[in-house]
Design a binder for this molecule. Structure first.
Ligand code: PGA
Length: 248
């Protein structure tokens, strides 16, 4: 069996302030060492202070999006090259909130993932079905379609992304997928990756959607769940630390 090091990535979404960030980051740094790899994905304006606060620690930082374009007249966009200059290890792409509120298509998400990888930033590519899609038995078709666009666009580099399965109905709702429900989708995703890249067994597939200290260990004990993408609970140091510790 392949042993994959687990990754716990906090997704702060549009939360934070200088004071709150300083306290949160100091709390997380003080709780080291962790067995799992730990990262925080912060709003763009806070990347700089996050890099300073975490300097010298093994905790990594990332962004929550990145442009599909290299550079140019794209007002409001942030390029992967800029993120790389800030020392970003990760960029979340295709989060359901971006797909929903910013009409991001599967191809745009794939292009963002490609732009990130081209600059040495690992994309955390999110896929997941809505409640209506799950109830219509479309989960498999939806996540496969979303992942397929990225696999085709990344081609021989597909093995370098991190995938996050985030059922939309579980995000911020307090409704977590059961470990069995999540594992079933993770196994499908890994099989899809295996058909496309020889690196599938070594790739990380994270689960996201109401991960909490109380459910993290069971989720992370599933064979194809390699850690978590954590929203709300990543804003409280004690909760985030407990989740990181649950990923041993
Ligand atoms: P949640 O968010 O943990 O608050 O459900 C997860 C995510 O959106 O990445």
């Amino acid at each position: 069996m392949t042993t994959r090091k687990k990754l716990i990535a906090g997704n702060w979404k549009m939360h934070g302030s200088h004071a709150a960030n300083a306290e949160l980051l100091a709390g997380i740094a003080a709780a080291r060492p962790f067995v799992a790899e730990v990262a925080v994905c912060v709003p763009f304006p806070y990347l700089s202070e996050t890099a300073v606060a975490l300097a010298g620690s093994d905790i990594r930082w990332g962004a929550q999006d990145c442009s599909a374009h290299e550079q140019g007249a794209y007002t409001g966009e942030v390029s992967a090259a800029m993120l790389h200059e800030f020392g970003c290890r990760y960029a979340i792409v295709g989060h359901s909130e971006r797909r929903q509120y910013h009409a991001e298509s599967d191809q745009l998400v794939a292009d963002k993932a490609k732009a990130a990888l081209a600059r040495g930033v690992t994309p955390i590519v999110c896929v997941g079905e809505t409640l209506a899609q799950r109830e219509a038995n479309e989960t498999e078709a939806i996540v496969k379609r979303q992942l397929s666009a990225v696999i085709h666009t990344l081609a021989h580099c597909a093995g370098e992304m991190v995938v996050a399965y985030e059922p939309v109905w579980a995000i911020g709702t307090g409704k977590t997928a059961t470990p069995a429900q999540a594992q079933a989708v993770h196994a499908l995703l890994r099989a899809q990756l295996a058909a496309a890249t020889p690196h599938a067994a070594a790739m990380k597939i994270l689960y996201g959607g109401s991960v909490k200290p109380g459910n993290a260990a069971t989720l992370f004990s599933q064979p194809d769940i390699d850690g978590g993408l954590v929203g709300g609970a990543s804003l409280k140091a004690a909760d985030f630390i407990a989740i990181c510790r649950a990923a041993a």
